[in-house]
Write a new protein. Structure first.
Length: 228
């Protein structure tokens, strides 16, 4: 049976992309082996499994590698349809996918803050990042418990990094973004998400993450990657 084949996840502890795959595997109660990658010295397996981007996460199912966190989440949902993470109705599914894509496209907005060198650049990047959060405040879960309704779904997992990673990110760049007085509903959603056992018991400690982000920021500022 397809769903009984061996599952392996190549990841890196600080990666929010890896984190959402771990959450999905746990929600579906799928047993898997975890391989921690050193991203400064990637394993031959990772380079073979993801020769195009050479990034984590990579899910290996029955020997077949799958890359890109959003693609992996969709794959997990199809192979293990129990505890569904996408709505059943095609229209609601399309809406969920719209927000997942929005999150993917806007993710880089936050990293622009990491690379901002001047005060002006930082202010511009901050404004853009707050705009993204305001959109989620207005269009997001609203009065629902989660984006998905009463239980969490793929959209919640996609934005789940906001619940723990954003605080470490804010501390690293010295900018407050998720102000509860300005973004009350998004803030409340983030608090609820963070309290879920699968999230609470799994995300890296705030201090460890801040130290990691500070090191990454220094490295990026000395030698910025070309991604824009
Ligand atoms: N779009 C990818 C992004 C994955 C990604 O950026 N992974 C980072 C870790 S957070 C990585 O592997 N970086 C290694 C590198 O760029 O060399 C996804 O959604 O999976």
């Amino acid at each position: 049976m397809e769903e009984d084949k061996e599952v392996k996840l190549h990841g890196s502890w600080a990666s929010p992309f890896v984190q959402k795959v771990k959450w999905a595997l746990q929600l579906k109660q799928i047993k898997y082996d975890y391989v921690e990658e050193d991203l400064s010295n990637k394993s031959d397996s990772l380079l073979q499994y993801n020769p195009v981007y050479k990034k984590v996460p990579v899910l290996v199912h029955g020997g077949n590698p799958i890359s890109e966190s959003t693609v992996i989440l969709e794959y997990i949902e199809q192979v293990w349809p129990h505890n569904p993470l996408l709505p059943q109705h095609p229209y609601e599914r399309a809406i969920a996918r719209f927000w997942i894509q929005f999150g993917e496209q806007k993710g880089l907005t936050f990293f622009a803050l990491m690379f901002a060198k001047t005060h002006d650049e930082q202010e511009k990047a901050k404004k853009n990042a707050i705009e993204v959060l305001k959109t989620l405040e207005e269009e997001g879960p609203g009065d629902k418990i989660f984006f998905n309704g009463d239980s969490i779904g793929l959209v919640d997992l996609s934005f789940g990094w906001i619940s723990y990673f954003l605080e470490a990110f804010e501390e690293t760049v010295g900018v407050k973004l998720l102000e509860p007085s300005i973004l009350p509903r998004l803030h409340a959603w983030a608090q609820r998400f963070k309290e879920l056992p699968i999230v609470k018991e799994n995300h890296p400690s705030h201090e460890k993450l801040v130290a990691h982000l500070r090191r990454s920021r220094e490295k990026f500022l000395k030698n910025p990657p070309i991604i824009f």
